[in-house]
Design a protein around this ligand. Sequence first.
Ligand code: GMT
Length: 381
Amino acid sequence: MKIGIVCYPTFGGSGVIATELGKGLASLGHQVHFITYKRPARLNAFYENITYHEVNALQYPLFEYTPYESELASKLVDVVTYEKLDVLHVHYAIPHAAVAFMAKQILKTKGIYIPVVTTLHGTDITLVGTNKAFASVVEFSINNSDAVTTVSDSLRKETMEKFDISNDIEVIYNFIDPERFKRLNKDHFRKAIAPNGEKILIHTSNFRKVKRVGDAIKAFAKVRTELACKLILIGDGPERQAMEELCRQIGFCEDVRFLGKQDAVEEILAIGDLFILPSQNESFGLAALEAMACELPVISTNIGGLPEVNTHGETGYLFDVGDIDGMAASAIQLLSDPENLAKMKKNAFNRSQEFKLERILEKYVALYQKVISLTPKTTTV
Ligand code: GMT
C-alpha cells in the first residue's frame, strides 16, 4: 500500500507513535509518505520505503499567523495525486483531520478518492478539542473520517461522551518496538549517575502542566528522606524552568538530573529502578509503556487510559491525581523490597510485550485495507 501519514513532528506522543508506525509499515514493504512541517523527531535516519515531504510555512507580511492548514491541504492534494497514495492516516484531530477532509474534497473534484483514517491521541479530545474554539470542527472531522481510532478505550468513551459522534471508533493501542525498548546493559552509565548504588527514579514527558512534573519531584523529595536515590527527568517544555526552581527551593539539585530532550530514551531507561508518571490527564501513557518494556515498574495516576496499561499491585501502583504521599509511600516500600521489586520489574516487562509493534501493525494494516476496499479508486465529480 501507499500510505500518507500526517502528524506533529515533535517529541509528543502522537508524533512518536505516527513515526514508529510509519517505520513499521515501511519495514513490511509498504510505501510510506510523511507530510509534516518538520522532519519527525524519530525519523532520524534513511529508511527504505519512506519519503518525507516538508510543508513549507510561507512567510508573508500580511500573515500575522501563517495559514498552515491551507498549505498542508495543498501539499496533501499534491502528494496524494502524484505519489498515487491509497490512504491518508492523520494523527491528532486538530487541525489534521479537518485538513484531510478539505484535501479529500479537493481531490474529489479531480476524480481522485482518498480514504482518511483519523487517530485521536488525547489532548485533541480531552483538553483542546472540547474547547469551543475547536469543538465543532473536531466533531465534524471525526464524523467525516472514513475510519477513526483512539489509543485507549478510555479515550474512545470520552470522545463519545464529549461529542455527538455518529461514526464508529475502534481502539488501537499504542505500541513499543521490542527490539528497541528492552533492558540494555548500561552499568557504566548507572555508576556515573548513582555512584553509591542509589536507586534511580525516572520521569519522561514534554513538561506541560498536564504532566504534573512537580508531583514527581515532590514525591521524590519524600522518597529521598527514607533511602538513597536519584531522579532523572527526561524531556523539555514550558514547565522546565519552574521545575528547576522547585528543585533549588527544596534544595536537592545534586540528586536530580534534567537531561532535556533525548533520542535514545531506552538507554536512560536501562539504568532506572522505577518510573513515575503523575499526569493530570493521560489517554494512554506511551512513556509508561516504554519504561515497562525496559523493566521498570510504574507509579502513575489512575486517570484516562493509564489503568489499561499499568495494573495496580502487579506492574506498579496507581493513585488519584495529586496523591503525592501515596506515590512516595509506595515507591519507598517497593524500592526497599528487592523481591517485590524484581517481581514487578518482570510483570511490567511481560505486560509491555502485549503491546508489541507487530500486533498493532496488523490492526492498522487491516483497517487501511478495509477503508481502501470500501473506496472507489477514482470518482466522478
Ligand atoms: O502528552 C503528550 O505527551 C503528547 C500527546 C500528543 O498527543 O502528542 O500525547 C498523547 O498521545 C500519546 C500517544 O498516543 C499518549 O500516549 C499520551 O497519553 C497522550 N497524552 C495525553 O493524553 C496527555
